[in-house]
Design a protein around this ligand. Structure first.
Ligand code: GLU
Ligand code: ZN
Length: 315
C-alpha cells in the first residue's frame, strides 16, 4: 500500500484525574480543556481514573468523578481504572529490573526533607543516595523498601505546545523517581507512563502543575520503549493563597457547586474565566467546540473565589 493511502495516526489523548475526592473547579476546567482539544481534532479520549494511592483514594469517588464530568456534558471513548492494571505495571517493573534500572531506597521522607533542597515541583529533591544498592535476591517483588528508577543524568528539553519549553535534568533536579512505594502501591510516575504508552496516547493536555514531572516521564518513556507524546500544559485556577484550587486544600467541590449552577452555567463560567467567552453565558461543551482554539485560552493562571453561592474570577 502506498503510504499516502494509509490512514493518518489517530490522535489519542487522556484525562487522568486522581480519585481522591470530588471534582473541584480546577478538575472540571482541566477536563473541559482536554475534551475540547481532542474533540476539536476528532481524536480518541481515554478517561483514566488514577486510584492507586490506597490512603487517599476511595472507590466511591470513581462514580462521583464519572457523574460530575458527565453532568458537565463531557464524554469519553474509554475508561480505565489504574487499580485494575497492576499486571501492566508489574511487566514494566520486570523490564526495568532486567535493564538494571531499579534499586531499593532506604531513605525516609524526613531524611530527604532534612537535606532541604527543593525540586522543580515544589517537593524535596532526592539526591539519588541509594543508587548503587542492589535489588534483593528475590528481585523487585521481594523488595521491602520503596524502589526507585535510575534515570540518565542528562538534560531533557520538552517542546511544550504552550510555547514555553520544559528544560530539566530530572535525575539531578527531581531525583530518581519512585516506581514502587513503601506501601506496595505502584507510583504515579511509573503507572502514568505505562498507561499512556500501552494506550497509544500521543497527546497530553493537562495543567501546568504537572509540567515539572514531564522530563521524568520523558526518560521513563524512553526506558520502556514508548514513543514520546506531544505535550500542552495549560493555566491553573488558583486560590487566594496562590496554591492550586485543590480538593485537598478545602476548596469548593462539585457537590457544593451543583445546587447553585446548572451544567451550562458552570461550563459557561469556566469558558468565560479562561477567555473562551466574553461573558459567562449558559453553554454546553459541545456548543463551545466550533469556535474552540487554544489561541483564545489565556495563558496566565487565574485567581478564583467562591463565596458560598457563586464563583468569580479576580481581575
Ligand atoms: N492524576 C494526576 C492529577 O490529578 C494527573 C496525571 C496526569 O495528567 O498525568 O494530578
Ligand atoms: Zn535512598
Amino acid at each position: 500500500m502506498n503510504s499516502s493511502t494509509l490512514p493518518a495516526t489517530k490522535t489519542r489523548s487522556r484525562f487522568a484525574p486522581s480519585t481522591t475526592g470530588p471534582a473541584h473547579p480546577g478538575t472540571l476546567l482541566a477536563a473541559l480543556l482536554a475534551w475540547l482539544d481532542i474533540r476539536s481534532r476528532g481524536g480518541h479520549l481515554l478517561l483514566r481514573l488514577e486510584d492507586l494511592d490506597p490512603e487517599r483514594c476511595q472507590p466511591q469517588w470513581h462514580d462521583h468523578m464519572l457523574q460530575d464530568l458527565q453532568w458537565l456534558g463531557l464524554d469519553w471513548d474509554e475508561i480505565q481504572r489504574q487499580t485494575e492494571r497492576v499486571e501492566a505495571y508489574s511487566d514494566a517493573m520486570e523490564h526495568l529490573a532486567a535493564q538494571g534500572r531499579l534499586y531499593p531506597c532506604t531513605c525516609s521522607r524526613s531524611e530527604i526533607k532534612r537535606l532541604g533542597v527543593r525540586a522543580p515541583d515544589g517537593g524535596w529533591r532526592y539526591p539519588n543516595t541509594c543508587r548503587n544498592a542492589p535489588l534483593p535476591a528475590g528481585g523487585w517483588r521481594a523488595a521491602t523498601t520503596p524502589l526507585r528508577i535510575r534515570l540518565e543524568d542528562e538534560d531533557v528539553v520538552v517542546d511544550d505546545e504552550s510555547g514555553t519549553p520544559i528544560t530539566q535534568n530530572p535525575a539531578l533536579e527531581m531525583g530518581d523517581p519512585v516506581a514502587l512505594r513503601r506501601d506496595g502501591a505502584f507510583a504515579y510516575n511509573l503507572a502514568a507512563v505505562v498507561d499512556d504508552g500501552l494506550a497509544g496516547v500521543n497527546r497530553i493536555v493537562r495543567g501546568r502543575d504537572l509540567a515539572p514531572s514531564t522530563p521524568t516521564h520523558w526518560q521513563v518513556q524512553a526506558l520502556l520503549g514508548y514513543p514520546h507524546p506531544t505535550y500542552r500544559h495549560h493555566l491553573l485556577f488558583l486560590e487566594k493563597n496562590a496554591q492550586k484550587l485543590a480538593k485537598l486544600h478545602g476548596s469548593v467541590g462539585t457537590p457544593e457547586l451543583r445546587p447553585h449552577y446548572s451544567p451550562k452555567q458552570l461550563c459557561g463560567f469556566l469558558a468565560y474565566a479562561v477567555g473562551l467567552l466574553s461573558a459567562p453565558e449558559e453553554v454546553s461543551p459541545a456548543e463551545l467546540l466550533p469556535a474552540f482554539d487554544w489561541s483564545r485560552v489565556v495563558k496566565e493562571d487565574i485567581l478564583i473565589q467562591w463565596d458560598g453561592t457563586q464563583l468569580s474570577k479576580e481581575g
